[in-house]
Design a protein around this ligand. Structure first.
Ligand code: KG4
Ligand code: ZN
Length: 346
């Protein structure tokens, strides 16, 4: 028997993503991004993102169906990001998904964006062994999670107490005069730089928690750059980028490996936009190998926001026989990571 065909819709930030999966097989992943419309503001403007989702949604669904060579009627279940994310942006995806589900008479799963970021790795590397530790690093989140079941048992071990890792990349890029989003240009600039040129701070490095803090690092970089500019000297962008990136990758991988050893878990999955970072991937591979941990990181295109990740988690929920969300489940900008599936508020 073939596995159910699941359509996934993602609209929590600036990417309109529509994915189609069958089991853990990725059939199509259509993406439309409004990133260019936000670039001049140096960050995502919620209302601009919502409007772009509205325009991109139906064409993206059609592109995904065309790519997979299926029709809407063949879809067995629909999953959509219910949260966390930007309220207005989420609302577009949730409303679209409800309309499709109602019109087609198919079950609808309102799912957690963070759990979806973890589930997507299975489309590339097969079923995720349980338990696993997940390091989730994106523009909005930096979390260490213990995953006992992707469909309902995820606990938080620690999280950022201020800026998310991706947010720090975006802010540092801005002060170096690099474009938004800052991750890719810093990653590229860092390849030409010396990661030991400046000793930027590694906050909460040995504090015994699984929390992160990146706001002090961002400020340290800002002060260093300002001092240079005040002295009328050129800013060595590649060295600053490499030294900043080294500090981020060092703290993230150190804590992720420590979480695995502390919890006696030998599988680590890293996901979210920052998991596309080349230095984070390389250092994580090195440190996991030394600690006897099996590392799984999706290919960069699946790390950043996409619809396939939502379809992947939807597929897990369908396979586990979990009941769908109630039809009036809300878009919840603050949906906690422990809530994999959104239901109606009491
Ligand atoms: O997961 P994502 O696409 O959206 C959120 O859920 O936030 O993550 C976006 C973040 C941005 O902050 C972006 O700068 C960062 O991921 N990012 C990277 C790289 N590619 C994207 N950060 C570091 N290195 C990269 N190569
Ligand atoms: Zn994300």
């Amino acid at each position: 028997m073939t596995a159910p065909l699941v359509l996934g819709i993602e609209s929590s930030c600036d990417e309109t993503g529509v994915g189609l999966v069958r089991g853990h097989e990725l059939l199509a992943d259509a993406l439309a991004s409004s990133v260019d419309e936000h670039a001049r503001f140096g960050g995502v403007v919620p209302e601009v993102a919502s409007r772009a989702h509205l325009q991109a949604m139906v064409p993206a669904v059609q592109r995904a169906l065309d790519k997979a060579e299926v029709t809407l009627r063949q879809v067995d279940a629909i999953a959509v990001t219910a949260g966390p994310g930007l309220a207005g942006a989420l609302l577009v995806g949730v409303s679209a998904a409800k309309a499709y589900a109602l019109a087609l008479g198919k079950p609808l799963y309102g799912v957690n964006h963070l759990a979806a970021h973890i589930s997507v790795d299975q489309l590339e590397h097969g079923p995720l062994p349980m338990p696993s530790i997940a390091l989730l690093v994106s523009g909005g989140h930096s979390s260490l999670l213990e995953v006992r079941s992707l469909t309902g048992d995820i606990t938080s071990l620690g999280a950022t107490i201020d800026d998310a890792a991706g947010e720090a990349y975006d802010k540092v890029a801005r002060l170096l005069g690099l474009p938004f989003p800052g991750g890719p240009p810093i990653d590229a600039a860092a390849r030409e730089g010396n990661p030991e040129a400046m000793a930027f701070p590694r906050a909460k490095y040995r504090d015994g928690t699984f929390d992160f803090s990146f706001s002090g690092l961002k400020t340290a970089v800002a002060r260093w750059v300002e001092a240079r500019q005040a002295a009328g000297e050129p800013v060595p962008v590649a060295d600053v980028a490499a030294s900043f990136q080294e500090a981020v990758a060092d703290v993230l991988t150190r804590k992720a490996v420590r979480a695995c050893t502390a919890r006696g878990i030998d599988h680590l999955v890293i996901s979210g936009g920052v998991a596309a970072n080349s230095r984070l991937r390389a250092l994580a591979a090195e440190r996991c190998e030394a600690a006897g941990i099996t590392l799984r990181v999706p290919r960069p295109g699946l790390c950043t926001d996409n619809g396939a990740m939502v379809a992947a988690l939807g597929s897990d929920l369908v396979a586990a026989g979990v009941a769908p969300s109630a039809p009036d489940f809300p878009a919840d900008s603050g949906l906690p990571v422990t809530e994999v599936l959104a239901r109606v508020l009491a």
